[in-house]
Every structure is written in structure tokens, then in C-alpha cells.
Ligand binder design. Structure first.
Ligand code: ZN
Length: 66
């Protein structure tokens, strides 16, 4: 389920799987659907993200350990 959260005075819609935040619920839902299906992030969708949680940045750095 897409999470609705207030960040910096703005209502953002967060993908529950990757944690990225979007300004509109539709994109967040699109991201979540994509994450569920592919377990990766679609650049087409994530480029619309306006909020990046810290773990997301860390994940990118730990890719090589997989
Ligand atoms: Zn996502």
C-alpha cells in the first residue's frame, strides 16, 4: 500500500517497497506495482521521485556485496 506522509510541509506518497516519495499517488502506486513485480526500480518512474530515503542511498552502495 502507498503511504501518505507529510514531508517538509508537503504531502508525499511513498512507495512502501523502495521508500521513494512522489507528489502524486498514481506515480507512487505505479512504482509500488513495478517494485513488486520486478524488485528493481524503473528509471522512468524513479526520476519522478521527489523524496529519497537514506536507506535507498545506502542500498546502492551495497550492491557489490550481493
Ligand atoms: Zn518503489
Amino acid at each position: 500500500m502507498v503511504k501518505k506522509e507529510k514531508v517538509g510541509g508537503k504531502i508525499l506518497f511513498l512507495c512502501e517497497i523502495c521508500g521513494l516519495g512522489y507528489l502524486d499517488e498514481e506515480t507512487a502506486r505505479e512504482c509500488e506495482e513495478w517494485c513488486k513485480r520486478t524488485r528493481t526500480c524503473s528509471l522512468k518512474i524513479t526520476k519522478k521521485a521527489v523524496y529519497f530515503p537514506n536507506p535507498f542511498e545506502k542500498q546502492k552502495g551495497t550492491d557489490s556485496t550481493l
